[in-house]
Design a protein around this ligand. Structure first.
Ligand code: APR
Ligand code: PHB
Length: 390
């Protein structure tokens, strides 16, 4: 195969967004994806975009449907200690977020990639990354029954938490940091109108709940559940009953229930891998880090990694400078760790931890009391939720 400038491993949001931005910068790429397009689109993921992510989608020429169908939110509800509060992003920090499902982000990026004519090989299996410390690394893979190999200048590892890229960094160099939470999120998708115009995060004695949405006619709800829960033990009726019990009083009669079109349990973890660069390999998105979804940072962190890598590679090819490349990992990790902190803090704030001591339980109750009594504390939450600057 003819060499390209950048081989991107993975056609999720990270890989597709990077591919689109590099293509528009005139940089030749090849995307290798192990699954089919339908499989990639079938994954149900979160749906809150920071302004930085919105701007990047527009910069990539993929913002039209998002701007038409996305819902701008100027605040969010948080219910704690029995009281429903509103964090007013616009008043506190003068910014907002966009509600637009990750599936739609991925669909828009996929369609743009196809329209660009830049190559994406789906069902590319057994990907191996070779000669990462050389100036011309190679990628070997199986595709349509043949073993193929492509050389390039750089490899972008956008292949998610279970991908091959992070595993290609020698164990003597890679350092990982992780916390697995002692509960999961039981999520349901239903074609019912959302219970409120904005999201509502809930801490209740029975556990965390989240009321979200995909559109004015499609709702997304989550309940904190035990890690040993069996999804088959959760009928739709049981889900709605448990959700209703955790809702603010004024919302309980507004909840519209209906048949689930998707229902699943996801574990929660915080995870960071350092460094995010090894030789000519750069990690971006879930390949390098995972956040608990409480802070809605997963897709948005992938976007900021992609921004830094797009800037670095453009600088290399257009101005012959390696400054951005040399500083990519440090720049990306500086923002990653701040988003990890916020996601961990929101998770601690809003969930019930089974093995928490009475003192720690008191500390978290005080944290919630302080948050809603302090403009400074709510401003800090708001500036993290809408997205810290790149
Ligand atoms: N070879 C080729 N492709 C691979 C390999 C491999 N060895 N391993 C994984 N992939 C593909 C997956 O099939 C997937 O399509 O890489 C893609 C990675 O996509 P994501 O897991 O969605 O990760 P990313 O693009 O970084 O997006 C991060 O997705 O998981 C959510 O919460 C997360 O919203 C965040 C976003
Ligand atoms: C979602 O809509 O799936 C969603 C929204 C906000 C979160 C997590 C998930 O914090």
């Amino acid at each position: 195969m003819n060499p390209v400038s950048v081989v991107i491993i993975g056609a999720g949001p990270s890989g597709l967004l990077l591919g689109q931005l590099l293509h528009k910068a005139g940089i030749e790429t090849m995307i290798l994806e192990q699954r089919t397009p339908d499989y990639v689109l079938s994954r149900i993921r979160a749906g809150v975009l920071e302004q930085g992510t919105v701007n990047l989608m527009r910069e990539a020429g993929c913002g039209a449907r998002m701007d038409k169908e996305g819902i701008v939110h100027h605040g969010t509800g948080i219910m704690a200690n029995g009281v429903l509060h509103r964090i007013d992003f616009q008043t506190l920090v003068g910014k907002s977020v966009m509600v637009y499902g990750q599936t739609e982000v991925t669909r828009d990026l996929m369609e743009a990639r196809q329209a660009s004519g830049a190559p994406t090989l789906y069902e590319a299996e057994h990907v191996e990354l070779l000669d990462l410390e050389q100036d011309q690394p190679r990628v070997r893979f199986h595709h349509q029954g043949q073993v193929k190999e492509i050389s390039c200048d750089f490899i972008a590892g956008c292949d998610g938490f279970h991908g091959v890229s992070r595993r290609s960094i020698p164990e003597t160099i890679l350092k990982t940091y992780e916390r697995v939470y002692p509960f999961g999120w039981l999520g349901i998708l239903a074609d019912t109108p959302p219970v409120d115009e904005e999201l509502i995060y809930i801490n209740d004695d029975r556990g965390f709940a989240l009321c979200s949405m995909r559109s004015p006619t499609r709702s997304r709800y989550y309940l904190q559940c035990g890690l040993d829960e069996n999804i088959d033990a959760w009928s739709d009726d049981k889900f709605w009953e448990h959700l209703k019990a955790r809702l603010p009083d004024e919302h309980q009669n507004r909840l519209v229930t209906g048949p689930s079109i998707e229902k699943s349990i996801a574990p929660l973890r915080s995870f960071v891998a350092e460094p995010m660069r090894y030789g000519r390999l750069f990690l971006a998105g879930d390949a390098a880090h995972i956040v608990p979804p409480t802070g809605a940072k997963g897709l948005n962190l992938a976007a900021s990694d992609v921004y830094y890598l797009w800037q670095a590679l453009s600088e290399f090819y257009q101005r012959g400078s390696s400054h951005g490349i040399e500083h990519y990992a440090d720049r990306a990790l500086a923002r990653v760790w701040k988003a990890e902190r916020f996601s961990w803090w929101m998770t601690m704030l809003l969930h019930n931890f089974p093995d928490m001591s009475p003192f720690e339980t008191k500390m978290l109750r005080a944290e919630r009391d302080y948050l809603f009594s302090s403009q400074a504390a709510m401003t800090a939450l708001a500036e993290n939720y809408v997205g810290l600057p790149y």
